[in-house]
Write a protein that binds this ligand. Structure first.
Ligand code: HEM
Length: 453
């Protein structure tokens, strides 16, 4: 057994003060995939933070499974907590079981069809003004769809458009701010830089908006079929064994912030990467269009169609593999342990990156190639494909996001062809989610578009 962190090799290409930040910002997946590490571990420095990056897919599973030993913590979640409090995604192990139980009903599969209309309406409203030949800012549009969808499913139809837009803008500012703050030494957080001021303003405004909406829901009475009503009603029938029976107003506010931060930029990023890859692979786009036309026969998609849209699922899975939206999460070792034969003292920060698994050529041959057919007849297993994480802290919104992506994609591809305006690869925004920056694509209207639902 190796002892001490010094036994873990330091990843190459590290710079004084900045550590590996520059190498990561230049090419996140390429850099991470190039780090096999002895015993599947390497030491990584991100600005002021040193962490052990787990490169071996089996060890990644071990960390994700053992959530008591590898608890939420480290720079990523410490920063995220500043943004969303102690909601489901950021709370420590001791609070997680109860919160997850209380939030789960709002995300159970039987509730998904209730949310489908919100998705298609959001897609129609956002793209209503699109015209043949126009060049669109794809990520902006996908973010507008994701924000509208989540605002409607979360709060019902009672939220004014301006409020929805404001929530979306604030969520985006917070995501970008959390990543910037993670990469910089702690004293910079308190400096009155424009970025820090924007972050604090967005956080305060978002919290205020959410509290107002919760208060309005509480006085508006029961009977709404939206996520917030489910959270407000959440209570454990047999009484609590590890906390109060229901969620307090503060906990509900933390959850709502969490769902907005965790559920909008991620889904929008996924859809943007899918459209980017379709524009670069016209043969895949044509096949997808033919598939969607065959399944839907020209009508708008519904929740019941999603299981039939098998090629859509393959395209989405491949974009999730190649672009791994949530690309880095951290954990804190709560008690001394060994991982891959290496001793890790309590307090060690452990980092996991989806790229270490999704770009590993032994797991996915030709990992840099966008090939939806790699998923044909090969259901993804949880060791080789972890876009939504794994174990007790797996994404609670995974089915929600997959249904939303399938419906939006089927609807857009039925009406439009997307073409690239440049051969240059897309740049990636510096944010907690890996999303394309300034992605512009040209639209071509398809002859027979499905009508409004
Ligand atoms: C493409 C879209 C999405 C991706 C790639 C994604 C990815 C992830 C990943 C990797 C995790 C695990 C993080 C970890 O292990 O530390 C996670 C957790 C979580 N996600 Fe998502 N997510 C997506 C969409 C959503 C949506 C739509 C929602 C809610 C509306 C959501 C809410 C959450 C929450 C609350 C957690 C924490 C779960 C827990 O700890 O029990 N996500 N997500």
């Amino acid at each position: 057994m190796s002892t001490g962190l010094d036994a873990v090799p330091l990843a190459p290409r590290h710079l004084p003060l900045l550590g590996h930040t520059v190498a990561l910002l230049r090419d996140r997946p390429g850099f991470i995939a190039s780090l096999p590490g002895r015993a599947g571990l390497v030491r990584l420095r991100l600005g002021p933070h040193t962490m052990v990056l787990v490169c071996d897919p089996a060890l990644v599973q071990e960390v994700l499974r053992e959530d008591r030993t590898f608890d939420k913590g480290g720079p990523f979640f410490d920063r995220a907590r500043e943004a969303v409090g102690n909601g489901l995604a950021t709370c420590p192990h001791g609070r997680h079981r109860r919160q997850r139980r209380l939030c789960q009903p709002a995300f159970r599969p039987a509730r998904l069809p209730d949310y489908a209309d919100a998705v298609t309406s959001a897609a129609y409203e956002t793209t209503a003004a699109w015209a043949d030949g126009q060049v669109v800012d794809v990520n902006r549009s996908m973010l507008a769809i994701a924000n509208r969808t989540l605002a409607t499913t979360m709060f019902g139809s009672r939220l004014p458009d301006a409020t929805t837009r404001r929530i979306g803008e604030d969520a985006e500012t917070i995501m970008a701010g959390a990543m910037r703050r993670m990469l910089l030494p702690a004293p910079f957080d308190r400096a009155p830089t424009p970025g820090n001021l924007r972050f604090r303003r967005a956080r305060a405004r978002l919290l205020e908006t959410v509290r107002e909406v919760i208060a309005a829901h509480r006085t508006g009475g029961a009977g709404h079929r939206d996520l917030l009503s489910d959270l407000l009603l959440a209570a454990e029938p047999d009484g609590p064994d590890d906390g109060p029976a229901g969620l307090s107003d503060q906990e509900v506010a933390d959850q709502v912030l969490t769902f907005f931060i965790a559920g909008t930029e991620t889904t929008a990023g996924l859809l943007s990467w899918v459209l980017y890859e379709l524009a670069r692979h016209p043969e895949v786009q044509d096949r997808l269009h033919a598939h969607v036309t065959r399944v839907l026969g020209g009508r708008p998609p519904r929740a019941a169609d999603v299981p039939e849209l098998t090629y859509v699922a393959r395209v989405v899975d491949e974009a999730l593999r190649l672009h791994s939206i949530t690309w880095l999460v951290t954990r804190t070792v709560t008690r001394a342990t060994t991982l891959g034969g290496t001793h890790l003292p309590a307090g060690t920060t452990v980092a996991l990156s989806q790229y270490a698994v999704h770009w590993n050529p032994l797991v996915h041959p030709r990992p840099r190639v966008f090939d939806p057919d790699r998923w044909a007849g090969r259901p993804a297993d949880r060791t080789s494909f972890i876009p939504f994480g794994s174990g007790p802290r797996r994404c609670i919104g995974d089915r929600f996001a997959l249904q939303e992506s399938a419906l939006v994609l089927a609807l857009l591809i039925g009406s439009w062809r997307f073409t690239a305006v440049t051969d240059r690869p897309a740049r990636t925004a510096l944010s907690a989610a890996c999303v394309p920056r300034d992605l512009r694509l040209r639209l071509e209207a398809r002859p027979a578009s499905p009508g409004r639902p």
